[in-house]
Design a protein around this ligand. Structure first.
Ligand SMILES: *[C@@H]1O[C@H](CO)[C@@H](O)[C@H](O)[C@H]1NC(C)=O
Ligand SMILES: *[C@@H]1O[C@H](CO)[C@@H](O)[C@H](O)[C@H]1NC(C)=O
Ligand SMILES: *[C@@H]1O[C@H](CO)[C@@H](O)[C@H](O)[C@H]1NC(C)=O
Ligand SMILES: *[C@@H]1O[C@H](CO)[C@@H](O)[C@H](O)[C@H]1NC(C)=O
Ligand SMILES: *[C@@H]1O[C@H](CO)[C@@H](O)[C@H](O)[C@H]1NC(C)=O
Ligand SMILES: *[C@@H]1O[C@H](CO)[C@@H](O)[C@H](O)[C@H]1NC(C)=O
Ligand SMILES: *[C@@H]1O[C@H](CO)[C@@H](O)[C@H](O)[C@H]1NC(C)=O
Ligand SMILES: *[C@@H]1O[C@H](CO)[C@@H](O)[C@H](O)[C@H]1NC(C)=O
Length: 434
């Protein structure tokens, strides 16, 4: 009995010591520590990796851009799972030591000055799920064996490099891919639309700004029903926007600007409830704007430089989140709906170079802080709204080549941010605000 009572405190102290020792030993696996040092060396010990030094911080998991696992392996060691090394001024290529980090799942080396062909050393990173090589200077054609990247890849961002040639079907060899960004390169020919359309988990697709051969928007993309972002400006699209894309109900952003499309804007574009940004600037579209708009979450509408006709719909006044409305350089006629003056978030309006008539909505500027309004070169008349500058933030007021009349609002004089005021060729009268 007495032995037990005497032994118990010793036992408790022993357990505490063990716990403490275990806590202290959540150290990085030796192989990973060596790999990090080799990576730093591979990039020429750049100043941006100065913190990657045991003398600065003993624990490599606290080094800049290094993420380690929460859980440790059997030997009480943690492992490196992520490297976030964007904008580190790296040049050269990707050091092979990167894939000595056996548990690396995430690699972001965007916004550096990396060059050369696609870094095949990455095929050795067997756990990689997230790869961002965007905004570098990689060039050459993408290799056909790019499918040797891990099959569970979810994020592949090769955008804003100088890759050229045709895009191999192998970029779509990753069945659980969610983000495929190939935009802003020098790709030519056709892209593997059929293979891409099988990536049914895809949430964002970027093909924009490549010199593809002219061709229509692939009907098959209608299968990509999880897409939230479809980025296809400046890639030689022809033909009509497919009706079948009405299946893309998760879309929040669509950009088809700078293409050679034909036909009208299909009804679904104005009905998808999740759409926030609609960019169809200089796309070749024509036809009338619809009466019935139910895409009430729209924040930006950019449809300048098309051949849109007919009147602006009253339903624009339902878009309570709209901040940006640009439909300049079209052939719109009729009056600007009064409801637009009631929108609470509208800050940028460009309706120039149409043939709009009637008066500006009298409450424009009363309910939202307008920064920029351009209605030049229309057939508008009547007075300027009195409260355009109610919030004192108006920076551009451009209304030349119309037939506005009456006196200028005296409070324009309080418009301390005003940088551009162009009112010539109208029928204004009275005094110019001092
Ligand atoms: C690291 O990867 C190895 C081999 O794939 C695996 O056995 C181990 O469980 C991983 N460790 C952690 C902490 O994920
Ligand atoms: C980028 O790398 C190239 C060589 O590949 C070099 O000539 C150039 O100066 C580098 N630019 C910057 C900003 O480091
Ligand atoms: C469109 O295609 C034509 C013919 O292939 C090509 O010359 C042109 O550069 C392409 N334009 C763009 C913007 O990619
Ligand atoms: C407007 O469109 C919605 C959604 O497509 C539809 O339910 C509604 O009936 C339409 N309203 C009119 C007036 O056409
Ligand atoms: C006015 O708009 C018409 C088309 O609506 C265009 O042809 C003309 O060049 C524009 N004038 C100016 C001065 O911008
Ligand atoms: C603009 O509309 C007015 C009627 O509001 C019409 O008289 C005029 O011809 C139209 N101008 C052009 C260039 O279409
Ligand atoms: C004044 O504006 C009207 C309407 O846009 C336009 O038709 C006319 O040519 C303009 N006059 C001058 C002198 O620029
Ligand atoms: C401009 O408006 C005035 C009335 O404010 C009208 O008398 C005149 O005819 C209009 N000019 C044009 C070209 O429509």
């Amino acid at each position: 009995m007495s032995t037990t009572t005497c032994f118990l405190p010793v036992l408790i102290a022993g357990v505490l010591l063990l716990l403490l020792a275990h806590g202290c030993s959540s150290r990085l696996a030796t192989g990973d520590r060596e790999a990090l040092v080799a990576i730093r060396k591979g990039w020429g010990n750049p100043r941006s990796l100065a913190t990657w030094d045991p003398a600065v911080a003993a624990d490599p998991c606290s080094w800049y851009g290094v993420t380690c696992s929460d859980t440790s392996n059997g030997e009480g060691e943690s492992v490196v799972t992520g490297l976030s090394l964007g904008s580190m001024s790296f040049s050269g290529t990707v050091p092979a030591a990167v894939c000595d980090l056996k548990n690396l799942t995430q690699l972001d080396i965007s916004f550096n000055n990396l060059s050369g062909v696609f870094p095949a050393v990455l095929y050795g990173c067997s756990q990689l799920r997230y790869l961002d090589l965007s905004h570098n200077s990689f060039d050459g054609a993408l290799p056909d064996d790019i499918s040797r990247l891990p099959s569970m890849l979810e994020h592949l961002d090769l955008s804003s490099n100088n890759f050229d040639g045709t895009i191999p079907a192998a970029v779509a060899a990753f069945p659980v891919l969610k983000h495929l960004l190939l935009n802003n390169n020098r790709f030519t020919g056709t892209y593997p639309a059929v293979e891409i359309s099988k990536l049914t988990g895809l949430e964002s697709l970027g093909l924009a700004y490549n010199a593809f051969a002219p061709g229509p928007m692939p009907q098959a993309f209608a299968k990509l029903t999880k897409l939230t972002s479809l980025w296809m400006p400046n890639m030689n699209l022809t033909g009509e926007i497919p009706e079948a894309f009405s299946s893309l109900t998760e879309l929040t952003d669509i950009d088809l600007s700078f293409n050679e499309l034909t036909g009208t804007i299909p009804a679904w574009v104005w009905q998808h409830k999740k759409l926030k940004s609609l960019q169809m600037y200089r796309s070749g579209l024509n036809g009338k704007l619809p009466r019935n708009i139910t895409a009430v979450n729209l924040v930006e509408i950019h449809m300048s430089s098309n051949q849109l006709k007919g009147e602006m719909p009253d339903d624009f006044g339902k878009l309570n989140k709209l901040t940006f409305l640009s439909i300049s350089n079209n052939q719109l006629t009729g009056a600007i709906p009064i409801s637009i003056g009631l929108l609470p978030k509208l800050i940028y309006i460009d309706l120039s170079n149409n043939n709009l008539s009637g008066e500006l909505p009298p409450e424009l500027g009363m309910h939202s802080p307008i920064l920029h309004i351009d209605v030049s070169n229309n057939s508008l008349s009547g007075p300027l709204p009195r409260m355009l500058c109610a919030n004192g933030l108006l920076s551009q007021l451009v209304a030349f080549h119309n037939n506005f009349s009456g006196t200028l609002p005296m409070n324009l004089g309080d418009c301390v941010q005003l940088k551009t005021l162009l009112l010539y060729n109208n029928s204004f009268s009275g005094e110019f605000p001092v």
